[in-house]
Design a protein around this ligand. Structure first.
Ligand SMILES: Cc1cc2nc3c(=O)[nH]c(=O)nc-3n(C[C@H](O)[C@H](O)[C@H](O)COP(=O)(O)O)c2cc1C
Length: 181
C-alpha cells in the first residue's frame, strides 16, 4: 500500500468482525505510530491497549457518556486504544530559556492528534480498521484504565478487523480550503 492509497482509503470503521487483533500486530502498529513527529521530539503520546472483555464492557458502559452511536460501535469491537499524553512537556523549550508557548495545552493536544492519525494510518496499512472517539468521558476512562496522574486522555481509538467498507464521506474542495498568497 503506498502513502497516497493509505491516506485516501482509510475510513472510520464502526462494524467489526468477531475476531481479536493479536497483540503482536498491535505492537507493530504502535511501533509505527511512535514515528509521529512531536513538539521538540518529546514523544508524549501513550497507548493503553484494552482487549480484556471486562474492561471493554466498562469502557462501553461508562466511557462514552451513553452516546448510543459510540456504544453501538464499541459493543461489536474486541479492542480499543486509550490514547493519552504526558502533561506539561509539549509547548515548552526549557533548555533554551524563556520560550514557552502561550498555549501549552494546545500543543499537547496537537501532538496527540498527530499520534492518533499516525496510529490509524499504520493500522489501516496492516488491515486493521479504526474509529476515533471524541465523545468520551475522559475522567471515567482514566479511572477505568488506572491512567497515571501525569497523563490525560486524548481520545479512544476503537480497532478491529473491518466488517464494512463505508463510502467516503465527502470532502471540501481544494479551492475551498486552501489559497496562495
Ligand atoms: C477528533 C475526532 C473525534 C471523532 N469522534 C467520533 C465519535 O465520537 N464517534 C464516531 O463514530 N466518530 C468520530 N469521529 C470520526 C469522524 O466522524 C470521521 O473521521 C469523519 O466523519 C470522516 O470520516 P472518515 O474517517 O471515514 O474519513 C471523530 C473523528 C475525529 C478526528
Amino acid at each position: 500500500m503506498d502513502a497516497v492509497e493509505m491516506i485516501r482509503e482509510r475510513r472510520s470503521i464502526r462494524k467489526y468482525k468477531d475476531a481479536m487483533v493479536n497483540r503482536e500486530t498491535m505492537e507493530e502498529i504502535v511501533e509505527l505510530a511512535r514515528w509521529a513527529p512531536s513538539w521538540a521530539n518529546t514523544q508524549i503520546a501513550r497507548y493503553t491497549l484494552v482487549d480484556d472483555p471486562e474492561v471493554l464492557e466498562r469502557l462501553t458502559a461508562e466511557g462514552v457518556q451513553g452516546f448510543a452511536y459510540n456504544t453501538r460501535t464499541l459493543t461489536n469491537a474486541h479492542g480499543v486504544c486509550v490514547l493519552s499524553f504526558v502533561k506539561g512537556k509539549s509547548g515548552r523549550l526549557d533548555k533554551y530559556g524563556d520560550y514557552d508557548s502561550s498555549n501549552a495545552y494546545f500543543w499537547e493536544a496537537f501532538d496527540a492528534g498527530i499520534a492518533c492519525q499516525t496510529f490509524c494510518l499504520a493500522a489501516h496499512a496492516k488491515g486493521v480498521g479504526t474509529c476515533i472517539f471524541g465523545v468520551i468521558d475522559d475522567a471515567a476512562i482514566a479511572g477505568i484504565v488506572d491512567l497515571p496522574d501525569a497523563e490525560s486522555v486524548a481520545a479512544l481509538i476503537v480497532y478491529g478487523y473491518p466488517e464494512e467498507e463505508p463510502k467516503a464521506p465527502p470532502r471540501k474542495g481544494v479551492e475551498e480550503i486552501s489559497k496562495y498568497i
